[in-house]
Design a protein around this ligand. Structure first.
Ligand SMILES: Nc1ncnc2c1ncn2[C@@H]1O[C@H](COP(=O)(O)OP(=O)(O)OP(=O)(O)O)[C@@H](O)[C@H]1O
Ligand SMILES: [Mg+2]
Length: 267
């Protein structure tokens, strides 16, 4: 798969520096620096309300950060989600956002929209260019449904899919925009252990296609066996980051999860 922006720039895929997001008096994300390299799988963990989803929203143009800078392969990002998608960042949502009354195939085709070029007039009269692009879009959507393991359900309505399959469908839809970076917000929430394992295998396969991936997840086993690197957010700030082994051993991380200030427990 040729990713958006590939070959245009060396260096990190994503570089966020000093990203801050305030809502009135609440600082949900506080001066976060975060870098993702080519083909890296990076975990973003932290307790509920730590600012993980808000940080994703700052990366994808859903929020314009109060302060800070985000670049994708060296290009500063605009504050408009559809432009960010076109630049090369795709995402899935913590709360699944599909078109429930459209088929699985149609949902993936919608995800391809930012890569189609045909003008309104050609679409209206269904000219040759429109028909060719439509065929390509459909072929690509079917290939992606097959890739995520949903080839057999392509004509079923999204709302009739199991929860796990809906999450997989969201990934297919995100991939349809040909991203170079995929952001997954709790991709295994509500999944059984077998589906979680399949999702892990799928993320590895996505990396093999040349993408970098950032994953928010509360399932630590999933995170620590999947990611090359893990960053920990606590109350909007990056507490630490490192290899899964380093983060797992870090007492501050354990303390943050159980709500005990680090160092407050005497041995
Ligand atoms: N649009 C908003 N307006 C006001 N406050 C918000 C908004 N979005 C998020 N917040 C607040 O920002 C903080 C961080 O929320 P966020 O959803 O980013 O956390 P999270 O780390 O994704 O948590 P979880 O693991 O529960 O999904 C929370 O205190 C939340 O209430
Ligand atoms: Mg969240």
């Amino acid at each position: 798969m040729k990713s958006a922006g590939e070959d245009t720039q060396r260096g990190p895929v994503l570089e966020a520096s000093g990203v801050t997001m305030r809502f009135g008096g609440l600082t949900a994300v506080d001066g976060v620096d975060f870098t993702v390299g080519e083909r890296e799988i990076v975990g973003l963990i932290g307790p509920n309300g730590a600012g993980k989803t808000t940080f994703f929203n700052c990366l994808t143009g859903m929020y314009v950060p109060t302060a800070g800078r985000v670049t994708y392969r060296g290009t500063p990002l605009s504050g408009k989600p559809h432009l960010v998608t076109k630049t090369g960042i795709a995402r899935t949502f913590q709360n699944i956002r599909l078109f429930p009354n459209m088929t699985a195939l149609e949902n993936v085709k919608v995800g391809r929209h930012c890569r189609t070029t045909v003008g309104a007039l050609s679409a209206l009269v269904r000219g040759p260019k429109y028909r060719r692009e439509e065929r390509e879009t459909e072929a690509r959507a079917r290939e992606l449904l097959d890739f995520v393991g949903l080839a057999d359900t392509s004509d079923g309505l999204a709302r009739n899919l199991s929860y796990g399959d809906q999450r997989r469908l969201e990934i297919a839809r995100a991939l349809a925009s040909d991203p170079g970076l995929l952001l997954l917000d709790e991709p295994t929430a509500g999944m059984n252990p077998q589906e979680t394992q399949q999702t892990k295998d799928l993320v590895f396969k996505i990396r093999e296609r040349g993408l970098a991936v950032v994953v928010i997840e509360h399932d630590m086993r999933f995170i620590f066996t999947l990611c090359d690197r893990v960053a920990v957010l606590v109350q909007g700030r990056k507490l630490t980051e490192g290899s899964p082994g380093e983060v797992q051993r870090d007492e501050r991380v354990i303390a943050a999860y159980i709500g005990t200030p680090a160092g407050s427990e005497q041995s």
